[in-house]
Design a protein around this ligand. Structure first.
Ligand code: NAP
Length: 212
């Protein structure tokens, strides 16, 4: 797959690197040319360029920028994103005295705001639940099971493409329904990351009934 990445930071580097290892053609785009070049070289990407270059590069575009920036950013590229799969890995989480909370208020999601900002793009929420370091593992697996990656969106083609991308990384896709459910995926991140930051192991909170 041809994948353009909006952003040059942690997620651009590790997810982009995982996709390069999986055989995809990745172009890293940033507002800072030197940062885009450095990230692309670090992961062996096919190329680097501006944010506009990344938006126009492939059938898949990853938004790896702060959550509060993502809707406005894709709005600027709404025309070029027409028909493309836009993956939103952002987490709109902010610290409070009571742990992490959602800057969206939990009644809508950043993914929904991105879809509203670029109405002809096919937005998929995915890859927001793991720390970026996990994507540096060649084929992430834990206790013998491949990492599972929840994702949701409304366009069947975009969902198929995302599932194929996840599978190509050696992971297991977990389809979670339509884009309306992105609000739950974002809330899950706030809960799980909050627990993790508080010293707990949230992954042990979800055993299947068959384990009983
Ligand atoms: N890091 C994680 O473990 C992790 C895990 C799950 C989800 N996420 C989510 O993934 C997203 C990216 O996280 P990250 O860790 O990669 O962040 P990061 O390392 O801070 O990188 C953010 C990138 O966004 C760019 N950016 C910031 N403001 C921008 C703007 N107004 N216009 C265009 N580009 C802008 C930055 O460019 P400059 O360098 O020029 O500022 C940088 O390239 C976030 O929404 C985060 O919540 C992160």
């Amino acid at each position: 797959m041809r994948i353009g990445i909006l952003g040059t930071g942690g997620m651009a580097t590790t997810l982009g690197g995982a996709w390069v290892r999986a055989g995809h053609d990745v172009l890293v785009g940033g507002r800072d040319h030197a940062a885009a070049k450095a990230t692309a070289e670090r992961i062996g990407a096919a190329g680097h360029g501006t944010l506009a270059d990344a938006a126009a590069y492939g059938e898949v575009v990853l938004a790896a920028v702060p959550a509060e920036v993502a809707p406005e950013l894709v709005k600027g590229f709404a025309d070029v994103l027409d028909g493309r799969t836009v993956i939103d890995c952002t987490n709109p989480i902010v610290p409070t005295d009571d742990g992490l909370t959602l800057s969206t208020g939990g009644t809508t999601s950043i993914a929904r705001r991105m879809a509203d900002a670029a109405p002809n793009a096919h937005v998929v929420k995915a890859f927001n639940l793991c720390h970026d370091s996990i994507w540096t593992l060649p084929r992430p697996a834990f206790e013998g099971a491949p990492l599972a990656v929840p994702f949701c969106g409304d366009d069947p083609g975009a969902l198929d493409r995302t599932a194929a991308l996840i599978t190509s990384m050696g992971c297991t896709p977990i389809p979670c329904g339509g884009l309306a459910r992105a609000v739950y995926v974002e809330a899950t991140a706030a809960l799980a990351i909050g627990a993790w930051l508080a010293g707990a192991e949230p992954r042990f909170a979800f055993p299947v009934p068959m384990a009983a």
